[in-house]
Design a protein around this ligand. Sequence first.
Ligand code: FDP
Length: 281
Amino acid sequence: MQEIFEAIKEASKQIQDVIELGDTAKSENENSTGDTQLKLDIASDVIIEKVFATVPSIKAIVSEEQEEIVHLNDKGEYLIAYDPLDGSSLVDVNLSVGSIYGIYKNDFTGDNIIASVYVVFGPRVEMVVAYKNSVKLYRLFDGEFNYIKDIKLEEKGKLTATGSTQMCWPEHHKELINSMYKDGYYLRYSGGMVPDLHQILLKGGGLFSYPGTTDKPKGKLRQLFEVFPFALAYEYAGGQAVNGKSRVLEIETTHIHDTSPCFFGSKDEIKRVLEVYKDHV
Ligand code: FDP
């Protein structure tokens, strides 16, 4: 596993260079979810695939930017699903973006995820590793990722962030969020999943949600590349991740690009979600 973490560090340093110097223009391509790919998405994807190809313990990889699983080493033990540069459209307005990696054994399903890593490219580059029941924060300086601290969520936080537009939220979701504002929660939403979830984790707690909406009843965020990796990080940090009814790590995956409604938070906020959603899922 350590060699995978080292490979991610190496890829992240290269991606940071591409972000700083790279071209933020659109490419001619669309990815499998129909998003127009930016040249930066493609460049980051190429970097990661090249670095992973040198790691013997990786059996196969699948990128959010690609249609198919890529087989690397038959004798490898691990499968990795990754989103090379999530929120990349935020680069040209100079907001934070990130890479997300889910490391699986046997199969690409929630109950097979054994570690996850995400990297935030913001004013600083930070890496968060969820593995063996701990969540560790590293920061890039002096050319290396240096350990900073273990991350733990409080029982209850102060922040809330929901994706999509209120026009498409179901009524009960509006009620949930309005009730949180009435209780003093602060709205904090940048539109990048990585920095938004990172903020809630590091500030002790709160709720990030991307519910099923009228235009996307199964949500927008992809299970293997986005939802499961963050679910593991939130659970290991002492929080929870649900789809409104059950743990997201228990839901079924039928296709590598499946999406799911998702709610990540500290225990108190997830209790609120389950209470509101129990009659609606
Ligand atoms: P993006 O489309 O910019 O890549 O992964 C999808 C994602 O960003 C997440 O990072 C983000 O949380 C979400 O979409 C934002 O979606 P909305 O614009 O619908 O809120």
